[in-house]
Design a protein around this ligand. Structure first.
Ligand code: HEM
Length: 150
C-alpha cells in the first residue's frame, strides 16, 4: 500500500478524464495488433473493453490503496477467464503494461517518470497476484482450474 502512489495515480486518471479521452479504444487496437488471433475470443469488444479497461485500472489503484477486495476479484477474474481459452500469462502482462502505457499517452503533460513508477509498482503487484491466483486454482482444483498456458 502507498498513499503517495495512490494520489499520483488518481491525479493521472483525473487528467485523462478531464481531457475526455477513452483509452479503451487505442488500448484494444494495440492489444489486437499484438495478438490478432485473440480477436475472435471476444463476442462484444465494446462491452468487454469497458469492463476490462476499467477493472484493470481499478485493481492497480486498489492495490496502491491497500484494498482487500482486490485479491478475491483477481481470483474470480482468473477463473472466469478460463472460458476464453488457455490465455498465456504473457498476454495478461502485456494487457496490464499496455493499459498503463495508453493512460500515459492520454495524460500528456500530466504524466512524468514519477507517474510511470507509481503505476508500474502496482502493475507488477497485479501481475504477481494473477500468477498466484492461477497457481492456487491449479493446486486447489486441478480438474476445473483455468488452463495455465505459459
Ligand atoms: C488484468 C487483466 C484483465 C481484466 C481485469 C479483465 C477483465 C474482464 C472483464 C471484467 C470481462 C467481462 C466479463 C463479463 O462481463 O462477463 C472480461 C471479458 C473478457 N476478457 Fe478480460 N480481463 C483481463 C485480461 C484479459 C486478457 C489478457 C485477455 C486475453 C485475450 C482477456 C480476454 C477476455 C475475453 C475474451 C473476454 C470476453 C469478451 C466477450 O465475450 O466479448 N482478458 N475481462
Amino acid at each position: 500500500m502507498s498513499e503517495a502512489d495512490a494520489a499520483t495515480m488518481e491525479a493521472s486518471l483525473i487528467a485523462v478524464a478531464d481531457a475526455g479521452i477513452d483509452i479503451r479504444i487505442p488500448l484494444f487496437e494495440r492489444f489486437f495488433a499484438a495478438y490478432p488471433e485473440r480477436r475472435a475470443s471476444f463476442i462484444s469488444v465494446d462491452a468487454a473493453s469497458r469492463r476490462m479497461t476499467d477493472e484493470t485500472l481499478q485493481m492497480m489503484l486498489g492495490l496502491a490503496q491497500g484494498e482487500t477486495w482486490v485479491w478475491p476479484l483477481v481470483a474470480e477474474l482468473v477463473f472466469t477467464h478460463r472460458s476464453y481459452g488457455a490465455l498465456p500469462i504473457a498476454e495478461y502482462d502485456a494487457f496490464i503494461d499496455m493499459t498503463v502505457a495508453e493512460l500515459g499517452a492520454a495524460a500528456g503533460d500530466a504524466w512524468s517518470a514519477h507517474t510511470t513508477a507509481a503505476w508500474q509498482r502496482h502493475a507488477d503487484a497485479l501481475k504477481a497476484m494473477i500468477r498466484k491466483a492461477r497457481a492456487e486454482w491449479a493446486s486447489a482444483m486441478p480438474a476445473g482450474a483455468p488452463a495455465v498456458a505459459e
